[in-house]
Design a protein around this ligand. Structure first.
Ligand SMILES: NC(=O)c1ccc[n+]([C@@H]2O[C@H](COP(=O)([O-])OP(=O)(O)OC[C@H]3O[C@@H](n4cnc5c(N)ncnc54)[C@H](OP(=O)(O)O)[C@@H]3O)[C@@H](O)[C@H]2O)c1
Length: 324
């Protein structure tokens, strides 16, 4: 009988990418988790024949029920949605950590569970050697790692922690990170970023595909991945290289304009501030931590072939039609 993987966030970017790959892996069956099974994205999954099950991260009992009999869980939370629904940064972080722990406890309650995969973030204080004051949406996820190890040791023994790189699609989907034509009609697209142009970023590549490759291989490799970290990214690119390739692929002239966190906050409010402090952190530390040996190597350890991964350029090709 096929094993079941419950995929949280199945209607979104990361979970959607996991579903896209796992639905075609022999021996596995996907259970897609959503708050709203009658929503358009959930209906699309149901129309493909997938099991769609209702649960909310804010209702632990619903998660326990939704995870009944599962062998694996992919867990991802959405700090930004919490921020956009009327909470400040500190509240969003507290709620995200609570949600992360509710999902973890619900998974731990399943006697059938063999593998837990948690999409996490960097502990920015450790990674910057205490130099950076903190990035709310990263630290709140890292705190879940710590709490899983402390409060749920049996689950920790079956957990793989997954760091998701920077989404190249942010350059098409985030108003503040999207190159925008300026002056209007000039044919020149300006990208204002609270970072230096040469700061390097680990790129996740195509979200509709790559998260699923990592999950498929983590499950295939099983116990060698327990307790380990992996990064969904094979490319480390500067912001300058990113806009240069954006220009090549879209055929538009892109210009990178660095800006301070203060100016970015004036432009984009609380969202600008959060992205600003994140990129500031990225300039002062390896975004994903300094302990190189804690990571599984995607190619050597997980057997992910570079040919199978859709990188930054491939992602630009998929999204270029959206540039006005
Ligand atoms: N943008 C980047 O470059 C980047 C890079 C690394 C990490 N991240 C992190 O990625 C995370 C967001 O993931 P994503 O991009 O996949 O988000 P997304 O595309 O916005 O989708 C969010 C998913 O989470 C589900 N969800 C949200 N709140 C829920 C709740 N209370 N109960 C049940 N389901 C809930 C939604 O399901 P329903 O609406 O169907 O219920 C949806 O499927 C953020 O925490 C962010 O920090 C982003």
């Amino acid at each position: 009988m096929a094993k079941i993987i419950a995929v949280t966030g199945a209607t979104g970017a990361q979970g959607g990418g996991v579903v896209n790959i796992m639905k075609n892996v022999p021996g596995w069956k996907v259970r897609a988790i959503t708050r709203n099974p009658s929503g358009a994205a959930a209906q699309k999954l149901a129309a493909e024949g997938l099991d769609v099950v209702q649960a909310s991260f804010d209702d632990e009992a619903s998660l326990v029920k939704a995870f009944e009999g599962v062998h694996a869980v992919f867990a991802v939370t959405n700090w930004w949605e919490i921020l956009f629904t009327g909470h400040n940064q500190a509240e969003a972080s507290q709620i995200e950590t609570e949600q992360g722990m509710a999902i973890a406890r619900a998974a731990a309650a399943q006697s059938t569970l063999e593998h837990y995969i948690w999409s996490t973030g960097t502990d920015t204080s450790t990674a910057s050697g205490g130099k950076h004051p903190g990035v709310s949406h990263m630290d709140s996820k890292a705190l879940v790692d710590e709490k899983i190890r402390k409060e749920l040791p049996a689950l920790a023994a079956k957990t793989t922690y997954m760091y998701m790189g920077y989404y190249p699609q942010n350059m098409f989907t985030y108003d503040c990170l999207k190159p925008t034509e300026f002056p209007p009609g000039s044919g020149t697209y300006v990208q204002i970023v609270p970072s230096t142009a040469d700061a390097e970023v680990l790129m996740a590549g195509d979200l509709t595909h790559n998260p699923g490759l990592w999950v498929r291989q983590i499950l295939a490799k099983g116990d060698i991945t327990y307790g380990k970290y992996t990064r969904v990214a094979l490319e480390r690119w500067s912001f300058q290289k990113a806009i240069d390739v954006w220009s090549e692929v879209t055929g538009k002239k892109g210009v990178f304009v660095p800006c301070t966190v203060e100016k970015y906050t004036e432009l984009f409010g609380i969202v600008g501030r959060e992205i600003g402090v994140q990129f500031q952190f990225g300039q002062m530390a390896d975004v994903w931590g300094i302990e190189e040996d804690k990571y599984l190597d995607a190619e050597k350890d997980l057997g992910i072939s570079a040919d199978e991964v859709i990188g930054f350029r491939g992602t630009m090709e998929k999204w270029k039609h959206t540039v006005a």
